[in-house]
Design a protein. Sequence first.
Lengths: 216, 501
Amino acid sequence: MSQYGKGPGFIAILLLILIIVIAVTMWSLDLIAQQRTFAFLLSAELIAFSMLVYLYYGETPKETSRRWLFSGAIALAVVILLGVAVIPGVTTTSTSPNVNITLYEGAISSSLYGFGYSSNNIVSPGPTLTFKVGDIVNLTVTDVGKLPHNWAIVSANQTSAPVEFNAQIRSPSSPLQHGESGSVVFTVTKTGNFYYICQVEGHVDLGMWGKVVVNS
Amino acid sequence: MGKKTVYDKLVDWFDVRLGFTKTPLKPIPDFALNPIYWLGLLMALTFGMQGATGMFMLLYYVPTPAEAYSSTTYIINSVPLGQLVETLHLYTAYAMILLAFLHLIRNYFGSAHKENRILMWLAGIILGVTVLSFGVTGYLLPWTVISKSATDVAIGFVNFFPAAIANLAKFVLVGSGSDIAEVTNFLHIHTIILPAVLLVFLALKIYMYEVHGPAYVSAFGKPKKGKIYPWFPKIFLYAVILFSVYIAILVAVSALVPLVIPPAFSPETAGQYVVQPDWYLIWVYQILKVQAFEGPEAVYAIAALGIFMVLLFLLPFYDRSKRRKLSQRPVFATIGAILVVEFVTLTVWGYLTPGQVIPNLQAVLVLGGSTVVTIIVMWILYRLRRKVPTAVLSTPESKVPATPAPETPKTIAEDESKPTRMRDKIELANQSMLSGFTAIFVFFLITASASLASLVNLIPSFWEAAPFAFLSAAVFAGSLYAMCRMLRGYVLAYEKRRGIT
């Protein structure tokens, strides 16, 4: 038995292990697409850590209640299972997209900008996108122009219009640079006519928009 | 003891430099090894988490009307762990507010505001208001259609105050009044001013906790063996376990139900959405939705809420009896129960009637009805308890383990079993009447004046609003009667006491 009773040294080492395990979890997961999984695993690691500390907490074996350890083990199992369940593709949860679209954005001439399905066929206005309510869309946009651009679905053909469906790739303040691409997964929640635009100031007027039609 | 392990050396190394095995942190009695005694420290931990997640978001958030929303969605959609951190920030905020309410309720019913803890109560109420202000200012920042509209409605209420106050309040909240000034001011209040206020009072409160130790709350069982543990390692380990389980739960819930934010604010679409504050302020909003408080009349409701807050703040100055047991404080227990029931009623009701104006009669019936039911239930509970001998009228716990010593729990146990003499009982009854007298009398006074005012108001349209008018008349008569009874009882008790001594 250590001079300070059980605890401090073990806690220090447990804490070190916890930090390493969290770091490894962060390293091995895609922190945008799999962040829910990461969160569940982080939760599991914290529960496991608290259980290990609990083992050293009781001064007598009687004080360490098996009931608590048992509940901890069940919580651990549930959280890990949830973490696996939310990995995209493992189960058919609402996070797996059923529509995949790739768009390119850039200049047609110095005063006309637009969108297209390929980098050498850019038109203004851009091609009309058609969705159904409930579609989960995975959309990738590549900036093939010289200027920085972003991409968003909005309610009106204006720079200031509000974003719909959280469908937005980057922002006007930190847009895609030349050659960069970004993607977004969003769920189409309502019918109607919308627009997709580049939100960088003035680019809508230069033709950077296209229609989005959502049918029921 | 001769052998020193690696752990010992490691601990020694830190101990020499930090002295944590001999620190002045207070030893904790065993009864406090119960999460109910840790609500305050959990809040401090929550504040730390809010700081960490908030700073992360501050790296990406742009406080301008044009980009507040898009930078928030950018954090959610495109920043690694952004959605988790954003959700965690919201849910820890909810947890913090919930803990604040629970902490308040526990301390109110557990009498943790009496005698040497008066300043702790005052600091606690200031911290509570600060936490709510965090919620209000943070609610605006994502610039969603609901949060922006709700904030504007809230700021609009300031207009009903006298011009001097209104202008000052508006200047503090929204500066020049433009959207950009509003969002910038709110961000600065949320990230600089409020944390500064909170840290100062938190430090004060932790200091006072170190002075007084945990307040023993008799409602949560008798003290156990009366053991006292040094904070290291037992209490420290307990805190580590509690904190990691708490964070684990918050993280798991954030992952289970990720945040979905409403659409962005735009003046054109704002009209299509029902304006609603977040859950912790629904009760205030529900009161303001009552027909009687529509338009400029709202100032009365706001003034009443202000008076309520002041009364809550000053609680230790009028709830001055030395009794701490719930069974010995029927009046304050009933008032507390009514407040909790009204809070829950207003919140649930607010969610059921979004954006509707509540007719006066309905408000009186629902709120008055829940109050009456609560009073009846509490009365029955206390009647049932009274049948247990010496449960109600035992001698007050004059020595509660404010500074816990091994023998104090024993005294409590003795107090409960000790038979009380008739004279003591009479003395006690007088004391109890005198200590609670002012508070109850003022309560009836306010009720009487309010009902009289509403009665006078209703005279022109007496028959149209007959039920409401009769109710006012009845409340007025009842309060008047109660006040007369109290005065009579007071005089009698006073004479009796003079006769005895």
